[in-house]
Design a protein around this ligand. Structure first.
Ligand code: NAD
Length: 274
């Protein structure tokens, strides 16, 4: 009689050994958490984003030391297609391929539509949406050559629902979910998957600063800001963590996720279940 018990234990707890992962916008927050999780799974990583050079260098050294993997850094601006091409050229000459691509870089601006600065609209569409097109078109040919690849787009609950005053962000994040589906369909037979992760609120330095600001602005305790302002839409009333996001990204690279493609994993505590 057949049994569902695996015959062999997994041979390694570093399933991404020998692979290279590029995470855009990984000098802080969610991107950094995902870069560290992929490194913990054995992958070399290319980190990208802005910040103080000494802090970026310290993070790079810490990932190398903590996980024993190669780490390189690109300061490519995700709003600049030429810079994105240069980042890929450098990654290919150093690692031969980008096996795991995580599109995470993103910015936000909040204003009513009729007052929304045109330059902010253009920047959000370029960084949050068009960069995903550029990185994906550049990554795919080598993934096809290798017959394996994982593309993970860090989207948002705002890819599934709208909120007032976030026109550019909501438009870009809805766009990324469309691009995720098309990418998945085009590479479906090539051993490559493409999926999105759509977080609600995640506890990052940016969100921490918002808690402090709102508490001061409204003269209310931080617990009240968290529960009634920031997490007003999030039924479980807790932030997701960057570690949780890292774990989900690593899962999407795993053999168990080989048939998950073209879909979105909502990590929003029930927000979009309303
Ligand atoms: P963050 O501000 O902490 O990090 C953003 C990263 O992107 C940084 O490394 C920054 O240097 C980089 N970046 C910004 N502009 C860039 C550019 N032009 N080129 C290259 N890098 C650039 O933000 P975060 O909260 O970690 O968000 C990361 C992603 O997750 C974004 O796409 C965001 O929309 C999404 N997200 C965040 C939350 C949340 O609650 N924090 C919720 C839903 C979705």
């Amino acid at each position: 009689m057949s049994t569902s018990v695996p015959e062999k234990a997994p041979t390694t707890d570093r399933p991404l050994e020998g692979k290279a992962s590029l995470v855009t916008g990984s000098t802080s927050g969610i991107g950094l958490g995902i870069a560290r999780a992929l490194a913990a799974a054995g992958s070399a990583v290319i980190i990208n984003g802005f910040g103080k050079p000494e802090e970026i260098e310290a993070e790079k050294v810490s990932i190398e030391k903590d996980f024993g993997v190669s780490v390189s850094y690109s300061d490519a601006d995700m709003s600049n297609p030429e810079a994105i091409e240069e980042m890929f050229d450098a990654a290919f000459s150093e690692f031969g391929a980008v096996d795991v691509l995580v599109n995470n870089a993103g910015i936000q601006h909040v204003a009513p539509l009729e007052e929304f600065p045109v330059a902010k609209w253009d920047a959000i569409i370029a960084i949050d949406l068009s960069s995903v097109f550029h990185t994906t078109r550049l990554a795919i040919p080598r993934m096809i050559e290798k017959g394996w690849g994982r593309i993970i787009n860090i989207d948002s609950a705002h890819g599934l629902v709208g909120s007032a005053f976030k026109s550019a962000y909501v438009a870009a994040k809805h766009g990324v979910l469309g691009l995720t589906k098309v990418t998945a369909l085009e590479v479906a037979e090539k051993g490559i998957t493409c999926n999105a992760i759509a977080p609600g609120y995640v506890h990052t330095p940016l969100v921490e600063a918002q808690i402090e600001d709102q508490a001061k602005a409204h003269g209310i305790p931080r617990e009240e800001v968290v529960r009634n302002v920031l997490l007003a839409q999030q039924p479980n009333k807790r932030f997701a963590t960057t570690d949780e996001l890292g774990g989900i990204a690593v899962f999407l690279t795993s053999d168990a996720a080989a048939s998950i493609t073209g879909t979105t994993i909502a990590v929003d505590g029930g927000w979009t279940a309303h």
